[in-house]
Ligand binder design. Structure first.
Ligand code: AVI
Length: 323
């Protein structure tokens, strides 16, 4: 097989900037102000998120990696032969490339919103795995997932969708269900979904993971204000907001907030918004799913056979789901 080089990249219709700015503004003007978590990931935000994944307090990355390492062969044996590895939100591709060492994937499809990073990931992957074809899709996961034109272009490779890191937890449960359904639709009869999902645990442990001693998560959270100042022309003062992470037991989610330290008025384009001291902006929800609850969600999304792999403490679960 002679892989095309440089790798092909398909750019899907991304959110129109005017539409994106309008929905950002609308969120900021609501009585309970919010910013969609997707705005956390500009270049600086991606670097800070990379640093979060190395923190002592942020257990998900390490725990998932240990589950993968421990069950690698068992999981690989359950995957279809001649697969195409669909790396959803691929970032630097590191987690997927560890799998490609063990799985007979003839094709890697990296899916991410950041085109430059994606190009870099594909080029590194193509050098490391010269026998596989490398393809990229630039898309935004908050829009309906449509990858069929790329996945169906080769009919003898069965898709394995890979969605690690508990990113599914950053969607509201109804959105998560819609995304799982869309994944299921892309799998055909024999495809598989390999997904990592964080579990509920003591609030102190969860809150420490989202409010670390070094203040990296605080910087990640405040950076969203720098990002939107640049894209929206607002005049937020990041240092005027405190980072807060609280676990809502009832909803089983971490909520990340930016809390106004003192009364202030922010200019939002033609509008203004006053924040009283203590008033806050919601910047992210991170849902934690008990294994039974996530199995239920997968079943609702149309998955039949579901295998689960966990760590000794039951902190994190990896599911392998088949239609
Ligand atoms: C990307 N996502 C799964 C992370 C999470 O744990 O919800 C984002 C994050 N936010 C703060 N720390 C990490």
């Amino acid at each position: 097989l002679c892989a095309p080089f440089p790798p092909q990249i398909h750019v899907e219709a991304l959110e129109d900037p005017a539409e994106r700015n309008a929905s950002l503004l609308a969120g900021l003007l609501q009585p309970r102000a919010c910013i969609s978590p997707k705005h956390l990931y500009d270049a600086q935000g991606c670097t800070l998120y990379g640093a979060i994944c190395q923190l002592d307090e942020y257990y998900p990355t390490r725990t998932e990696a240990a589950i993968f390492a421990r069950h690698r062969h068992e999981i690989a044996d359950l995957l279809p032969r001649h697969c195409q590895w669909v790396d959803l939100g691929c970032g630097d591709g590191a987690k997927a490339f560890d799998w490609l060492e063990h799985v007979a994937a003839a094709r890697y499809v990296g899916v991410d919103i950041a085109e430059d990073w994606l190009r870099d990931t594909l080029e590194r992957g193509a050098k490391r795995f010269p026998d596989a074809e490398f393809v990229g899709i630039v898309t935004d996961f908050t829009r309906p997932l449509s990858l069929a034109h790329v996945l169906d272009a080769v009919d003898d490779y069965t898709p394995v969708m890979f969605y690690p890191g508990s990113s599914i937890g950053n969607f509201e449960p109804d959105e998560a269900l819609a995304l799982l359904r869309a994944m299921r639709r892309h799998l055909g009869r024999d495809g598989r979904l390999l997904i990592g999902v964080d579990a509920p645990k003591e609030p102190a442990r969860l809150e420490a993971a989202y409010d670390d001693a070094l203040g990296v998560t605080a910087a990640f959270n405040r950076n969203v204000l720098r990002h939107i100042n640049r894209t929206l022309g607002t005049d937020f003062e990041p240092a005027a907001f405190a980072h807060r992470a609280v676990f809502d037991r009832e909803r089983s989610r971490i909520e990340m907030h930016l809390v106004a330290l003192y009364p202030q008025t922010v200019t939002l384009g033609h509008a203004q918004r006053r924040f009283e001291a203590g008033e806050f902006i919601v910047t992210e929800h991170s849902y934690k799913y008990a294994p039974e609850r996530f199995v239920e969600l997968l079943s609702q999304a149309g998955f039949g056979r579901i295998d689960r792999f966990s760590d000794e403490r039951g902190w994190f679960n990896v599911f392998l789901a088949a239609p």
